[in-house]
Design a protein around this ligand. Structure first.
Ligand code: 13P
Length: 248
């Protein structure tokens, strides 16, 4: 049986004060439940101090593909390890679309993360026009193939994949459980053709307007193994309820 994993993606939200209140609420409520939060770089020290020894892991939302050197403004995998990160999100659609990250760059970040012992949460997903154009599977396959070509299918044994349809992110428009399940099953089938064992064990999260009210039916789908949660991860009661729904 695969375990389920819910991760919060705080995006560019929070402050020392707001984070302290959020962490103080979620930590005791999620005692014993495995979950994660991916926070802005400046707050890694705060979450490390707060969450060390708890069942909640933490990580970042982006990382450099370079190891070190003259790369102004970048943050390396070793720096994330310094702050106890377990996870790093790579290839989020906001990085792909707003910051021009290509499939190949995402694959390099994925490999850098794994080389440093971080677990990449690899985001894939189609835009609204791609869905309407009937190329959802082709887009998701292309995004996965870039990583498989660079790192090999076996690398997915140490990764998490998050399916995030771009049209469902921050829009309040969740994919129906059936729509999400169909793409999750496609991803698992595609990988199973290359390595059945890796495919069977891979955690595939769903992301896009997940909230307490829709979490249970999404998590009940056979190929949905947790969630990557944006807006609702900033609201303690919402995040707690989603994590509990996944843990059931
Ligand atoms: P929302 O949950 O706010 O739609 O964001 C999803 C997301 O992008 C998580 O990475």
């Amino acid at each position: 049986m695969r375990k389920k994993l819910v991760a919060g993606n705080w995006k560019m939200h929070g402050s020392l004060t707001e984070n302290a209140a959020l962490l103080a609420a979620i930590k005791p409520a999620l005692d014993g439940i495995e979950a994660a939060v991916c926070v802005p770089f400046p707050y890694l020290a705060q979450v490390q101090a707060s969450l060390a020894g708890s069942s909640i892991s933490w990580g970042a939302q982006n990382v450099s593909e370079q190891a070190k050197g003259a790369f102004t403004g970048e943050v390396s995998t070793a720096m994330l390890r310094d702050f106890g990160c377990e996870y790093v999100i790579v290839g989020h659609s906001e990085r792909r679309s707003l910051y021009g990250e290509s499939d190949e760059l995402v694959a390099r970040k994925y490999m850098a993360a794994q080389a440093a012992g971080l677990t990449p949460i690899l985001c894939v997903g189609e835009s609204l026009s791609e869905r309407e154009g009937g190329v959802t599977e082709a887009v998701v396959a292309r995004q996965l193939d870039a990583v498989i070509a660079a790192a090999g299918v076996a690398s997915l044994a140490s990764a998490v994949v998050a399916y995030e349809p771009v049209w469902a992110i921050g829009t309040g428009k969740t994919a129906t459980p059936e729509q999400a399940q169909a793409v999750h099953a496609f991803i698992r089938r595609k990988l199973a053709a290359l390595d059945a064992n890796v495919a069977e064990r891979l955690i595939i999260q769903y992301g896009g307007s997940v909230k307490a009210a829709n979490a249970a039916e999404l998590m009940a789908q056979p190929d949905i193994d947790g969630g990557l949660i944006g807006g609702a991860s900033l609201i303690a009661d919402e995040f707690i309820a989603i994590c509990r729904a996944a843990a059931k």
